[in-house]
Design a protein around this ligand. Structure first.
Ligand code: HEM
Length: 131
């Protein structure tokens, strides 16, 4: 694997707040629209706005930008917060399909895109809580 020599944060490289917002909007648009993502879509409420805001705040900090989620809600305890939902390989793959497509649509920098797909993949793997 090629090691990136870009020392800037993912937050800076993606293009800051506006781009993180755009990524999250596109992600939930895709989750809402793609029949293949129906399994994960139906775990969420009818209105995706709240999920969108929370994911935006989380990703801002996760990409080493402002720690918006922690400031508002405290430590994310992300795995624990996902326990109410049954997440296995299928759900992980559906989530990752939407995120990979959203990255494709929003992030022009291919190297950054690859790094983010790998990083999201690790978190998504870790969210699995059923066989
Ligand atoms: C692996 C598949 C995943 C599934 C099926 C899944 C599903 C969900 C669901 C159903 C919610 C609740 C939505 C709501 O209450 O509005 C949620 C919340 C959330 N998810 Fe995921 N998720 C997954 C992976 C991830 C990953 C990889 C991340 C971060 C990179 C993430 C970050 C979040 C955050 C920040 C919240 C809000 C937590 C809160 O309620 O405070 N999720 N997720």
């Amino acid at each position: 694997m090629q090691i990136s020599t870009d020392t800037r944060s993912h937050y800076e490289r993606i293009g800051g707040e506006a781009k993180v917002r755009q990524l999250v909007q596109r992600f939930y648009q895709l989750m809402d629209a793609l029949p293949e993502a129906h399994g994960v879509r139906k775990m969420h409420g009818v209105d995706l706005k709240r999920s969108e805001d929370k994911l935006f705040m989380f990703l801002s900090g996760w990409m080493n930008g402002p720690q918006l989620f922690i400031e508002k809600f405290g430590h994310p305890r992300l795995r624990q917060r996902h326990m109410p939902f049954a997440i296995g390989d299928t759900e992980r793959d559906q989530w990752m399909m939407c995120m990979t497509q959203a990255l494709q649509d929003v992030v022009e920098d291919e190297a950054l895109r690859k790094e983010l797909v790998a990083a999201f993949g690790k978190v998504a793997d870790f969210m699995r809580n059923k066989a």
